[in-house]
Design a protein around this ligand. Structure first.
Ligand code: AMP
Ligand code: MG
Length: 351
């Protein structure tokens, strides 16, 4: 299959190109498009065949449901049973990087929801995403536009690399602003359970919801045979090819561990900007300053892909904090590392 590439400037949208991409969607085809979080792989959310094609193009297990994207929060009415808390969240955070799980209506085929009777709804703020949904005139089901298991795509080039030849179109609209996938919450009256942390933090949610709890699988490994609250929690995710080890401990001790590691083994290091002057430049990836979690979020998936290209035997990264946006970084990294954390002590030698 040839994949049509649409290069669209989000600041000056070519409406004709967008209409052409929307036409592919209306005809049952698949089009990848940028959002403020990561790139999505879109298909008509009311078309079971399109959902099947999405699972096939990504190599994604079909019990891992898709998020449906709507142009306005009210458009959720056509696909889901909304609630007072949904509209409170919508008022505070939509359009934006928040996904809400709601009871589904029959307009959404069960193929889209992986057989569940709930559906994940999101209203993205990215002008290309919104324009595309409006032009398509229907909700767009879209998981992240990467091959299943690999890091999510935060740049057009990531999508091209993973999906060229597998889908009908790719809209390249530059880099995604946030770089991590949306926050996902499930509502139970005015209580919200955080299923996936993202740029809308637990603190921000608790300003709107009566109470917020964090699903254990956000930070912990699932026990064998445990049934997760969100099917996606059980799958291997974001994993680079080389083993990734997360380092915890005192900043100076971790830095001196990394210094020794560069002499002892062929390692790739995701380091803070402040550390670059103390480490050798070979296989070194600067993810942003220690306190700058926003930049680290934006850089993370690119950094994991770059780490693959650098072809080290092992990858080291810092274990993020679990507060604020740190929780989203922690959740992605801990899964990319298959929960491997090394607590660094003063004179620990690299493996
Ligand atoms: P992705 O599309 O790659 O961002 O992944 C979407 C995530 O949303 C996956 O982890 C899914 O398991 C989760 N998800 C989608 N629909 C539902 C649902 N109805 N209930 C719980 N989680 C869901
Ligand atoms: Mg994904």
């Amino acid at each position: 299959m040839t994949t049509k590439i649409f290069k669209i400037d989000p600041q000056n949208i070519d409406r004709r190109a967008l209409a052409e991409a929307a036409e592919l969607l209306r005809a049952g085809g698949l089009v990848a498009f940028p959002t403020e979080t990561v790139y999505g792989l879109g298909g008509d959310a009311t078309d079971a065949r399109a959902a099947e094609k999405i699972y096939a193009a990504k190599g994604r297990p079909s019990d891992n449901p898709l998020i449906i994207h709507v142009a306005t929060p009210e458009d959720a009415e056509g696909y889901a049973v909304t609630s007072e808390t949904y509209y409170k969240l919508a008022k505070a955070f939509m359009p934006g990087p928040l996904t809400v799980i709601l009871p589904k209506k029959d307009t959404v085929p069960s193929t889209v929801t992986g057989g569940l009777d709930t559906v994940a709804v999101r209203c993205p703020s990215h002008p290309i995403a919104r324009g595309l949904i409006e032009a398509a005139g229907v909700a767009i089901a879209a998981p992240s536009a990467n091959l299943s298991g690999s890091p999510s795509p935060s740049r057009g080039e990531h999508v091209k690399r993973d999906l060229s030849g597998r889908i009908d179109g790719i809209i390249d609209g530059g880099d995604c602003e946030i770089g991590l996938e949306s926050t996902i919450v499930k509502l139970d009256g005015a209580h919200a359970t955080l299923l996936r942390p993202g740029a809308i933090t637990a603190d921000a949610l608790s300003c709107v919801c009566e109470s917020v709890s964090v699903a254990p699988a956000v930070t912990e490994a699932l026990a064998e045979n445990e049934r997760p609250l969100s099917p996606g929690m059980k799958y291997r995710h974001y994993a680079p090819k080389a083993p990734l080890v997360l380092l915890a401990g005192d900043g100076d001790e971790v830095l001196s561990f990394l210094f020794r590691a560069q002499n002892a083994e062929k390692c790739t290091i995701l380091c803070y900007s402040e550390e670059t002057e103390y480490l050798r430049g070979e296989r070194l990836i600067d993810v942003g300053r220690r306190e700058d979690l926003t930049t680290q979020a934006k850089t993370l998936f690119s950094a994991l892909r770059q780490a693959d290209d650098l072809d080290g035997d092992i990858i080291y990264a810092h274990l993020p904090p679990t507060e604020g946006l740190g929780l989203a970084l922690y959740n992605r990294l801990i899964r990319a590392a298959a929960h491997t954390v090394l607590h660094v002590t003063a004179d620990q030698t690299p493996s």
